[in-house]
Design a protein around this ligand. Structure first.
Ligand code: PMP
Length: 379
């Protein structure tokens, strides 16, 4: 319950909150907690096998819970360095890559600092810049929601950003930057460039990590929340030149990776076939679902995706489509509030069965909307 009038000391405390923060809204995911079919947060639909969980919990029970973990997780940094073919000194882990984007901005953003964000982009970036009193410069995507590389470079020349954020593949657009375009950007942009690769395993293009030596101005962000299926545990990491990583470690919160997340991540890194199988299965589902979606009466467009989700457009209000699906037990994401994404929705890939239910319920929803708005005959 929100009190109607704040008085006295509470007023004083609220007055201490920065105006930039008071102007923000709290991160909110629309919908219900446990829908029958949950396709709204780009999670993968597969949990770890029970025997793996039991084995990891057994190991955890032998760890000293009363002792702090490493300030920065040494064992995990070494395993990640090996998996990515880089120097462990270039790695910083945290309790989710969301934490790391704050860490990077703590090190780089303040009053008078500018951050260039081609948009639409994952909303937390803009929010974190606002909290720290920096200025966001946005550049629109092209008409297919791909990066307009020339426009980004022109905006950088005009505004001299301290930091640029590139998401590849991008959430929410599902589009990637081809290596040649990424190279052009990294060669032309001033300052530090964050390259968020949360969905890279699902992309047709390889990670930037193996080419990081040629681009020491880049910081690559990776997560265990997507292809590794650990969204519930919270673990992300960055890879950068060791000199840059050393600076980014300074504002980072120590002991940010607990013993449990470290153990689980170590186990998953030792089982690369699980990731490969997940990618194979979800990419096959993505290609199948994209082809089915474009053929659904009332779907005007499906954006070519390099991620584990699809963006599609209908002639109806996106909230009407969202609510129609929710009423039929399928929770997806309404993207109508994002720039250039009016009338668009985002569906994360689920199991083969879930994707078929989604498609079926979408057909019903669009048929009903067509009937009630009577704009087109979709039957
Ligand atoms: N980056 C992008 C582009 C994302 O879409 C997300 C999750 N929605 C994240 C980062 C957050 O990752 P994590 O769970 O590691 O905080």
């Amino acid at each position: 319950m929100t009190p109607t009038v704040a008085a006295g000391p509470l007023d004083a405390a609220l007055g201490a909150i920065k105006p930039e923060v008071r102007a923000l809204s709290t991160y909110h995911v629309a919908g219900v907690t446990d829908p029958p079919v949950k396709l709204n947060q780009n999670e993968i639909p597969f949990d770890l096998p029970d025997e793996w969980k039991a084995g990891i919990l057994n190991k955890l029970s032998r760890e000293p819970w009363n002792r702090y973990p490493d300030t920065f997780p040494e064992r995990l940094n070494r395993a990640l360095a090996e998996a990515n073919g880089c120097d462990p000194a270039g790695i910083v882990c945290a309790h989710g890559s969301n934490v790391l984007l704050h860490t990077i901005f703590m090190a780089t953003v303040g009053a008078g600092r500018r951050v260039l964000i081609p948009s639409p982009a994952f909303s937390l970036y803009e929010k974190a810049v606002a909290v720290l009193g920096g200025e966001v410069v946005t550049v629109p995507m092209d008409s297919d929601l791909g990066y307009d590389v020339d426009a980004v470079l022109r905006a950088a020349e005009r505004t001299a950003p301290d930091v640029t954020v590139l998401l590849s593949p991008n959430n929410p657009t599902s589009r990637s930057l081809a290596p040649a375009d990424l190279d052009r950007l990294l060669n032309g942009l001033p300052g530090l460039v964050v390259v968020d690769e949360a969905y890279i395993e699902f992309s047709r293009f390889p990670s930037l990590v193996r080419r990081l030596d040629a681009h020491p101005n880049a910081v690559v962000l990776r997560t265990f929340s997507k292809v590794y299926g650990l969204a519930g545990l919270r673990l992300g990491y960055l890879i950068a030149h060791p000199a840059l990583a050393a600076e980014l470690r300074k504002p980072a919160i120590p002991f940010n990776v607990d013993r449990f997340s470290e153990l689980v991540a170590m186990r998953l890194l030792a089982e690369p076939e699980r990731v490969q199988a997940t990618v194979r299965q979800l990419v096959a589902e993505r290609d199948w679902l994209a082809a089915e979606l474009v053929a659904v009466p009332g779907v005007d467009r499906v954006i070519e995706s390099d991620a584990n989700f699809l963006i599609f457009e209908t002639p109806f209000g996106s909230s009407a489509v969202f609510n129609g699906l929710l009423g039929r037990g399928v929770l997806i994401r309404d993207m109508g509030g994002y720039p250039q994404m009016n009338r668009m929705l985002r569906v994360s890939l689920g199991t083969a069965a879930e994707n078929r239910i989604f498609l079926d319920r979408l057909r019903d929803t669009l048929r009903e909307l067509a009937r009630s708005t009577d704009t087109t005959d979709l039957t």
